[in-house]
Design a protein around this ligand. Structure first.
Ligand code: GDP
Ligand code: CA
Length: 322
């Protein structure tokens, strides 16, 4: 059995790659919920949906999030009313959020609803939210944020939710801190700790270490469980040649005082990771990674290139035994 700790886009690509070489029924993924938000009264779980839609072959290839063949009539209506429209919710996608919200209102927990959604898309693997409880990633602005059409100006030091940073401000503002509101009071969702305890291989997907992986680790018990299973943990670096492929991971690392390179990832992961897979572009850093007490495998890791996904998946699978 393989357990994959996941954020959104990078994790979805890693999972899709792994499913090219292993049976879906052998895979469990534990997904970040720190990005979740309630908007228009709807419970939206962006990382769970990115994983689900990608593995279903239904992700919008242009954006990397949301559904393919989407229409935007509801958003147009919202704009006409002057409602909140900065968080893009397509008409098809809205169906997912309506379903999730209604089931939660009926008293189902997020793990149950997530399983129902994965089942409806015939995914075959087990998709678990890290927790069914509320855990919200918050970031602190490092500089004043000027007013614009969507928001009033905010002074440096203000804490905003992850989506207000990531989507509303398109991560264009520097930040000085990340906090996982509510994390201490959460418990791991049913099956999460067992999936870590019993896996033959645990993969830390190439997701943002600070806002995709860290909020999963902030759920009490998860980090400790990974530390106990360290010898079975293989991580894939989301940072290649000092940069994220997409998104703010590199900038966030340096703004928060980490090395924006595979070495920053190594430092953050060494306590619970045995093997770090880094990109060929970073081959020169292999021995520096090993100096953190990690095994280091160098290979191609950009999964948009043909053939790379499957070979990366095979390398990750071999990672425990090296
Ligand atoms: P989000 O929650 O949708 O923003 O996505 P994640 O946190 O899961 O992933 C974002 C990170 O994935 C970025 O830092 C990217 O550099 C990384 N990433 C995306 N695709 C790939 C890939 O093909 N290979 C590697 N190594 N990293 C990737
Ligand atoms: Ca995310």
């Amino acid at each position: 059995m393989i357990t994959v700790i996941a954020g959104g886009v990078g994790a979805a690509r890693m999972l899709r790659a792994l499913l090219q070489v292993v049976d879906a029924s052998d895979v469990t993924t534990i997904v970040n919920v720190g990005d979740d938000l309630v908007l228009h009264g709807l419970h939206i779980s962006p990382d769970l949906d990115t994983v689900t839609y990608t593995l279903a072959g239904a992700i919008n290839p242009e954006t990397g999030w949301g559904l393919v063949n989407e229409s935007w009539q509801a958003r147009t209506m919202l704009e006409q009313y002057g409602g909140v429209s900065w968080f893009g919710l397509g008409d098809r996608d809205l169906g997912t959020h309506l379903y999730r919200t209604q089931r939660l209102r009926e008293g189902a927990d997020l793990a149950t609803v997530t399983a129902e959604i994965a089942q409806a898309w015939n995914l075959g693997l087990t998709v678990l939210p890290a927790t069914c409880d509320q855990l919200q990633t918050m970031v602190t602005l490092a500089a004043d944020d000027p007013a614009d059409a969507d928001s009033p100006g905010l002074p440096a030091g203000t804490e905003i939710s992850f989506q207000e940073y990531f989507v509303q401000r398109q991560h264009s503002v520097p930040i000085s801190a990340v906090r996982f509101d509510g994390a201490e009071a959460t418990t791991a969702a049913p099956g999460v700790l067992e999936a870590i305890e019993t896996a033959n291989l645990i993969v830390i997907a190439p997701s943002n270490p600070l806002v995709s992986i860290a909020p999963v680790l902030a759920v009490p018990g998860i980090r400790e469980a990974l530390i106990r299973r360290r010898s079975a943990v293989v991580a894939v670096s989301p940072i290649i040649a000092g940069a994220a492929l997409k998104g703010p991971a590199d900038r966030m690392l340096s703004e928060l005082g980490h090395d924006a390179s595979v070495l920053g990832v190594a430092a953050l992961y060494k306590e619970f990771t045995n093997t770090l897979v880094i990109d060929s572009a970073d081959a020169a850093l292999q021995s520096d990674v090993e100096a953190f007490g990690l095994n280091c495998i160098v290979t191609e890791t950009i999964m948009s290139q043909p053939g790379v996904s499957e070979s990366l998946a095979r390398t990750v699978l071999s990672g425990v035994s090296r």
